[in-house]
Design a protein around this ligand. Structure first.
Ligand SMILES: Cc1ncc(COP(=O)(O)O)c(C=O)c1O
Length: 390
């Protein structure tokens, strides 16, 4: 008797679980999963405690989210992107961006529709598309600059294309897409009447002078974009799993219909704490960016001289590194070697590619720098062994 349904038959264990188990087994320094090893700011945690004890927030929250959080999301979109969001009909609060993305796909995409996915991709996109009965169509980013070929992007659009999932700043490559790249993408979406599901969870994580542009702000795009984000990255609170989707009320209607039968409502007190967090002054967001600018320097100086080739990311807390000068094999083999022989864990990108494009990322692995300064410094000594052993 078959145990699982056909729609989930191809889904394996996520790579993060697999790597965490290996890292623990070998006591490796874990620069794999994008999970901070430091805590959420204490004033934000204090708001969660306060909300839990207030006596008003321990029963079901309103399905679309608390009025305070919906208002804070709308205010944040106006403050940073000059977008006019209706807090009542234009925001849905979800269980992390992960549920936000699933609600967008289930609520907006029909079986048989095509959904364009840029590779390498965050690992939930393709299972979401498959669960909706739709068909993923892949457009690769090409190393070492991680840019898409405009002709390959154009060729991916057809009369069956319903949506494209865009992620900028981009996990795992650290790219922040330029105005020119987003303008081409927007033009194609308008020409083919396609929706953008814009995953912006790293919106506050641009590095150096990279400037972040939200695709919903481009001409003609607001009506066809649903923007997904979450508190996980911006407030170092990945365990809270509070996310949101915002956009024009007409396009959000489908998302709301799906959301009400996935989770109905999400954790009530945490929504109040996230409303507080989103309203942090500019000094918070500036210090957050500066913290990661320091951390990227620390990781780069630990990688320097190791024989791994990398370039400075424009955003996110990830670096993609080319290991082909120090190891002969596939990324998963290199990751195993790095964990067991060198003592550092990273993430191999095989599961972030379709089979047909897996060769494009065959020399790369992803390192995270959302780790303590000490851990990032400590990585230097083991990583230097790489070149010596090669
Ligand atoms: C690109 C991207 N999208 C979505 C998510 C999931 O976000 P959340 O933890 O809010 O569900 C992540 C988490 O790593 C991510 O990197």
């Amino acid at each position: 008797m078959p145990i699982s349904a056909r729609r989930v038959e191809t889904f394996g264990t996520t790579i993060f679980t697999e790597i965490n188990v290996l890292a623990q087994q070998y006591h490796a320094l874990n620069l794999g999963q994008g999970k901070p090893d430091f805590d959420t700011p204490s004033d934000i945690v204090a708001e969660l405690v306060k909300a839990s004890q207030a006596g008003n927030y321990n029963q079901y929250a309103p399905g679309p989210g608390t009025p305070d959080l919906r208002q804070a999301v709308a205010h944040h979109a106006a403050r940073f992107y000059d977008l006019d969001i209706d807090p009542d009909r234009g925001v849905i609060v979800t269980a992390g961006a992960t549920e936000g993305l699933l609600s967008c796909v289930l609520g907006l995409v029909d079986p048989g529709d095509e959904v364009i996915v840029i590779e390498p991709f965050y690992d939930s996109y393709v299972p979401n598309i498959i669960m909706a009965g739709a068909v993923p169509v892949f457009v690769p980013l090409h190393p070492p600059t991680w840019t898409f070929d405009p002709d390959e992007l154009r060729a991916a659009f057809s009369n069956k294309t319903r949506a494209i999932i865009l992620n900028s700043p981009h996990n795992p490559t650290g790219r922040v897409f330029t105005r020119e790249e987003l303008t081409l993408l927007a033009e194609l979406c308008i020409e083919h009447d396609v929706i953008v599901i814009s995953d912006e969870v790293y919106e506050h994580l641009t590095l150096g002078d990279a400037s972040y542009l939200s695709i919903a702000t481009l001409p003609g795009m607001f009506e066809r974009t649903v923007t997904v984000s979450s508190a996980g990255k911006s407030f170092s609170a990945t365990g809270w799993k509070i996310g949101w989707v915002y956009g024009h009320p007409d396009i959000l209607d489908g998302v709301a219909r799906a959301h009400q039968f996935i989770t109905f409502a999400v954790h009530h007190p945490t929504q109040q704490a996230v409303a507080y967090a989103l309203n942090q002054p500019d000094s918070y967001y500036r210090a957050f960016k500066e913290m990661y600018e320091d951390k990227v320097e620390l990781l780069m100086s630990s990688l320097e001289g190791s024989g791994l080739q990398y370039s400075r990311p424009q955003g996110t807390y990830f670096i993609m590194a080319d290991f082909s000068h120090v190891f002969d094999g596939m990324p998963f083999d290199f990751t195993r070697y790095l964990i067991s022989e060198i003592g550092v864990a990273c993430i191999p990108p095989e599961s972030m590619y379709s089979k047909e494009h897996r060769h494009i990322g065959k020399n790369y692995v992803r390192f995270s720098f959302c780790k303590s300064d000490e851990a990032l410094r400590q990585a230097r000594i083991p990583l230097q062994k790489l070149r010596l052993k090669a």
